[in-house]
Design a protein around this ligand. Sequence first.
Ligand SMILES: [Zn+2]
Ligand SMILES: [Zn+2]
Length: 287
Amino acid sequence: MAGERPSQLVLVVDVSPVHWGRLNAAAEESLSFTRCVENVCVFLNAFMMINDGNKIAVLASHPLENRFVYPTSNVPSDGVRYELFAALDKAVVDGMKAMAQKLTLHENVIADGSPSLMAGSLAKALCYINRTTQAGGQLQSRILIVKVSPDAPAQYMATMNCIFGAQKNGIPIDACIIGPDSGFLQQASDLTGGMYLRVPEPKALLQYLMWVFLPDASIRNTLVFPSRALVDYRAACFCHRKLVEVGFVCSVCLSIFCQFNPVCLTCNSRFRVPGLGAAKGKKKNVT
Ligand SMILES: [Zn+2]
Ligand SMILES: [Zn+2]
């Protein structure tokens, strides 16, 4: 199924118990977190089986922390194939559950429903890919994010920086969305040539993982996929981290603001007030 060349997959899973709980409260027959982790394990095993040289890394992400659950120092990443699969499953299941459980101790985070640190996990994934490819591996790498929590406008800048980094290095970012649509990840997959899919039927997660996210980029153009989502290109303003459709852009540093400021808050450039001669900071559509 995959090309002859082995590839590397860095999988990020949103394990935030708050948002998994909300998902299940919203729909009667939804996907439980445990079921999601099981599906993810089956998908990872399939990915390892389609090519002997394939490599994976798994990151768990929640509102307080991002952590690699595989590979870790106490889990072998090489060895007899089926022993490896068993070790992988155990590491992923135990690691993700431990992460989710640890968060339940922080009641304040649960109460305010903070979203997971997705920008941080993207950055970690990119660093990991950079490190492994620098170590001599000629592996084509990609990132897959399984996300349930909503976008955090506060993470806009960090997320966009990661997206541009991935784009520059030719690393596609795939997004498998179980919760609300994510404008940030729509932009990420659009700019990096990845796949974006909001799973219409969360219970059937495994099917979507196998169908849409298992084939490598080289195989994808021969397959028929669900039509692409419209991309939400809204940016977050630098002053309030609020998503804006139309904003003011500094003509010097390109910072985005939701309201006119006589002095750019980022680079201190001065603008003339609109209406009193040519204003430097022009109103510009940022969509
Ligand atoms: Zn603002
Ligand atoms: Zn500026």
